[in-house]
Design a protein around this ligand. Structure first.
Ligand code: A3P
Length: 349
């Protein structure tokens, strides 16, 4: 067992301890394993086997203690940098399409997708929203891994949509995000160092691979409750995945809608090319008054498959591929390895 796994075991009971002793959060944090880094990316605390930035961990614990999911809820889940913003835009556009059939005044033209669908650990629990629910359908998002989700999400049977991506592209996206966006003094963390930490599992909501596997296991146990979407498949041919998404969340497209091009219009509205070119996403700021304040353009970088090739040496790519082979091999998940001969184990998810 590696040292990180050992430490995971140590803090599995920490949620209960926090509740019991009414420790304040700062004290609680000081009991958790921590990694200090040159940028906020690698300033993380280990809680229940997952690395969290302290500003979000408090929300994670509050959600675990207070959030009451309803069977009608749909959760959009992901590791950061896997396509969350895109999934939010699509899901929002799908469920609100009757209300906003005229795309010239669609909210996504002047609202950043993260503002359209709340984040459980950042928005929901802090707004005392949880206990005033009336059973209406609601879309929510979270980066919490499956094994740490609030129990009511599992027991209520609500649906989960999971988007994932080649770990190498997710890593490069995160590295850019941390190095150029979050780091106020533009400290550029050396790529080799960042790869090393990422491989050890140290990244927001990491280990990346365990996060994907936690939902994959849930999907195997209850396929009717968990939908997997693969970023690369969506990027190459979005229509089938968007149709699947609409069916899954209970807002299927009718034949008439498809014939009228409603599905295609939603795909176009939510495309990287369209959203990233809007003023709101070029110049706006998300949650400006909070610790998670961020320029909206940080969520729209390149939107490409395989951008890792522009950054990772073959050796560094192999470091990541090796873990992907070890962790995803035999599971049916794509192996995403760099050489062209290794697609034998893939399932279309
Ligand atoms: P890159 O950094 O590789 O460009 P998240 O939303 O989970 O933070 O993920 C961000 C990644 O998704 C970024 O990847 C971003 O450019 C990409 N992205 C954002 N909006 C997108 C869209 N509408 N279509 C495709 N990719 C999108």
């Amino acid at each position: 067992m590696d040292s990180i796994s050992k430490r995971c075991e140590q803090n599995e009971g920490e949620e209960a301890n926090l509740q019991k002793s009414n420790q304040n959060f700062e004290e609680f944090l000081s009991t958790l394993p921590r990694v200090y880094g040159k940028t906020p990316l690698f300033d993380c605390y280990l809680y229940q086997g997952c690395w969290y930035h302290p500003s979000l961990l408090q929300g994670v614990i509050a959600a675990q203690q207070q959030f009451e999911a309803q069977p009608t809820d749909v959760f959009l889940c992901s590791v950061p940098k896997s396509g969350t913003t895109w999934l939010k835009a699509l899901a929002f556009a799908i469920v609100s399409r009757k209300k906003y059939s005229d795309h010239s005044s669609h909210p996504l033209l002047h609202t950043m997708p993260h503002e359209c669908i709340p984040f459980l650990e950042a928005d929901v629990v802090t707004k005392e929203h949880t206990n005033n629910r009336t059973g209406e359908f609601q879309l929510l998002a979270t980066h919490i891994p499956y094994h740490s989700l609030p129990k009511s999400i599992i027991s209520s049977g609500c649906k989960i949509v999971y988007i994932f991506r080649d770990p190498k592209d997710a890593f490069i996206s995160l590295w850019h995000f941390a190095s150029t966006v979050m780091s106020k003094d533009s400290t550029h963390i050396p790529l080799e160092e960042a790869v090393e930490l990422f491989c050890k599992g140290v990244s927001y909501y990491g280990p990346y691979w365990d996060h994907v596997l936690s939902f994959w296991k849930a999907r195997r146990e209850a396929p009717e409750r968990v939908l997997f979407l693969r970023y690369e498949e969506m990027r190459k041919d979005p229509l089938p995945s968007v149709k699947k998404l609409a069916d899954f969340i209970g807002y299927p497209f009718s034949v008439e809608e498809e014939n009228e091009g409603v599905l295609q219009k939603i795909v176009d509205l939510c495309s990287f090319e369209n959203l990233s070119d809007l003023d709101i996403n070029k110049k706006g700021r998300h949650r400006p008054e909070t610790p998670y304040a961020m320029d909206n353009n940080a969520y729209f970088r390149k939107g490409k498959i395989g951008d890792w090739r522009n950054h990772l040496t073959p050796e560094l790519a192999e470091r990541l591929d090796q873990i992907t082979r070890e962790k995803f091999g035999g599971t049916g998940l794509p192996l995403y390895v760099s050489d062209a001969n290794s697609h034998g184990n893939e399932t279309h998810v």
